[in-house]
Design a protein around this ligand. Structure first.
Ligand code: BES
Ligand code: MN
Ligand code: ZN
Length: 508
């Protein structure tokens, strides 16, 4: 698969030409007439014959006799009809499939003729995202049984497009996709490699590469500082837990209150003594996806040099079983002094987030907080693999995230969080319990977290800071490539990276 996708303006002698048509196209669209002439009328012919469907996100291949070796026709489906919540998804999915088709054909250049009209710039960006997401493979661990020695095609794909504006937008889309792929690669890395210590070293490496500041609170210091949640969850892990802070402070913003992103990064979730049974432990390497989304978003924020101060906090721990592991009935104290009665060691994500959120609110006094976590199986039951559950206490933040969700196709659905839910979490011998039965399962997670979010870190008054909790348990990975109509290969999606970047780009 391509290591790099490069955007250029040279359309002479490409290996392939790609065009996009909607389902109702019966003749060559006006904007494609020139290129059709060059191809000896291949586009018009294929449309007239109607031998292919222009289903949204499909890619059909033709072999014209002149002009180019290959013609790829991307189907756009019914124009204006959203796919997976976003009208741009047909372009994204088509572009992702295009990368795959080009790779299989072993070609090195494609000239894109995208008749985007007034939406040309947004479309170019979506195509950039799709091309980039389609280029993701995680094959570092494939061994001798996976066809070593097969001839590999070019490692760079040149994509040419018309105007300077669409080139720029496409490059931006590619950059954001690369950041999503950083998150996906780490998410896919198995737990015997990607333990908390590994995430620390990767975060430092990314900070060095992108100009972010990276600070780490290691396991020992976390314990000494009173981070009882991170400590308890991580104390049986193969390496100690860690709190990782990434800071993006553009010139002149050092005094600004930052936007704070917080992510759950459980490198493997066995459930602890409340062990995951009956096959539910499989894929629990993806329990670090919230943290990896934060890492990916910070990567993009730095590379795009967004003019807003952003802090990312990743709470990294491994939830294992061992003599020294934490137990049910333990009572622990979080960073802000709230005591927590453990009723289920499998409700561990909220414990590491308790420290990340309260430490972050106290230290950075953020103007807004967004946390992402594969927090509950309940959200998967409730909403399925199509959207993340969103809990948000502020209308401006809600709008910003939902708009970003619609633009990127990373959809959100709002769930309630009321005082009743907070009361449900009250403990018997501690302030609160980490799990309270089966009622309102995904909401319990949000209600629990609310005890650790406060404006200016003032937990006495518990004044609200704009805060959103995104439960991404259903969307962090796809079980089948078809789950998202082919935008993703089986495995992690990087959900949250494109969403957060989009929201931060439009931040006022
Ligand atoms: N990591 C899981 C949530 C999860 C489940 C993510 C399925 C992805 C797919 C989380 O730590 C967990 O185990 N949650 C429990 C909470 C319960 C014990 C209160 C759950 O959802 O069952
Ligand atoms: Mn768990
Ligand atoms: Zn978990």
């Amino acid at each position: 698969m391509y290591k790099r996708i490069k955007v250029s303006n040279s359309k002479s002698n490409p290996d392939a030409i790609a065009v996009a048509v909607s389902s109702d196209a019966k003749r060559t669209p006006a904007a494609l007439r020139d290129v059709d002439k060059r191809l000896g009328g291949a586009i018009g012919d294929s449309l007239k014959r109607g031998e292919f469907s222009a289903d949204a996100g499909s890619v059909s291949t033709f072999y014209p006799t002149t002009g180019a070796e290959r013609l790829y026709v991307i189907g756009l489906g019914d124009v204006g009809k959203p796919v997976g919540g976003s009208t741009l998804n047909a372009w994204r999915i088509g572009a992702a499939r295009l990368t795959g088709a080009a790779d299989r054909a072993g070609i090195g250049s494609i000239a894109l003729h995208l008749d985007g009209g007034k939406d040309a710039v947004e479309i170019a960006r979506a195509v950039g995202e799709g091309l980039g997401l389609g280029a993701f493979v995680y094959d570092e661990l494939k061994g001798t049984a996976s066809g070593n020695g097969v001839k590999k095609g070019p490692t760079t794909l040149d994509v040419a497009t018309d105007s300077a504006a669409t080139r720029k937008a496409m490059e931006r889309g590619l950059t954001i996709a690369e950041s999503a792929n950083v998150a996906r690669r780490l998410a896919a890395t198995p737990p015997n490699i990607a333990n908390p210590a590994y995430l620390v070293s990767e975060a430092k490496k990314i900070a060095r590469q992108t100009g972010l500041t990276c600070k780490v609170i290691d396991g020992k210091r976390a314990k000494a500082m009173g981070m009882g949640g991170l400590t308890a969850v991580g104390q049986a892990g193969s390496t100690p837990p860690a709190m990782i802070m990434l800071e993006h402070t553009p010139r002149g913003t050092a005094k600004d209150a930052p936007v704070m992103l917080v992510g759950k990064a459980i490198t493997f979730d066995t459930g602890g003594y409340s062990l995951k049974v009956g096959g539910t432990m499989v894929n629990m390497k993806y329990d670090k996806c919230g943290g990896m989304a934060v890492l990916g978003a910070m990567h993009a924020v730095a590379r795009l040099k967004l003019p807003v101060r952003v802090v990312g906090i990743i709470a990294a721990a491994e939830n294992m079983v061992d003599t020294g592991a934490y137990r049910v009935d333990d009572v622990i104290t979080a960073y802000n002094g709230v005591t927590i009665e453990i009723t289920n060691t499998d409700a561990e994500g909220r414990l590491v987030l308790a420290d990340a959120l309260s430490y972050g609110c106290k230290t950075y006094k953020p103007r807004a907080v967004v946390d992402l976590a594969t927090l509950t199986g309940g959200v998967v039951t409730a909403l399925g693999p199509y959207c993340a559950g969103c809990f948000v206490n502020d209308d401006k933040l809600r709008k910003s995230l939902f708009d970003a969700g619609e633009a990127t196709g990373e959809r959100l659905w709002r769930l309630p969080l009321w005082e009743e839910h907070r009361k449900q979490m009250k403990g018997t011998h501690g302030d609160i319990a980490n799990s309270a039965g089966r009622n309102a399962h995904p909401i319990q997670g949000a209600a629990f977290l609310s005890y650790f979010v406060a404006k200016d870190g003032d937990f006495k008054t518990n004044a609200d800071v704009p805060w959103a909790h995104l439960d991404i348990a259903g969307v962090a990975d796809v079980a089948e490539s078809s789950d998202w109509s082919g935008l993703f290969s089986k495995g992690p999606t990087g959900f949250g990276v494109r969403l957060l970047v989009r929201a931060l780009e439009q931040w006022k």
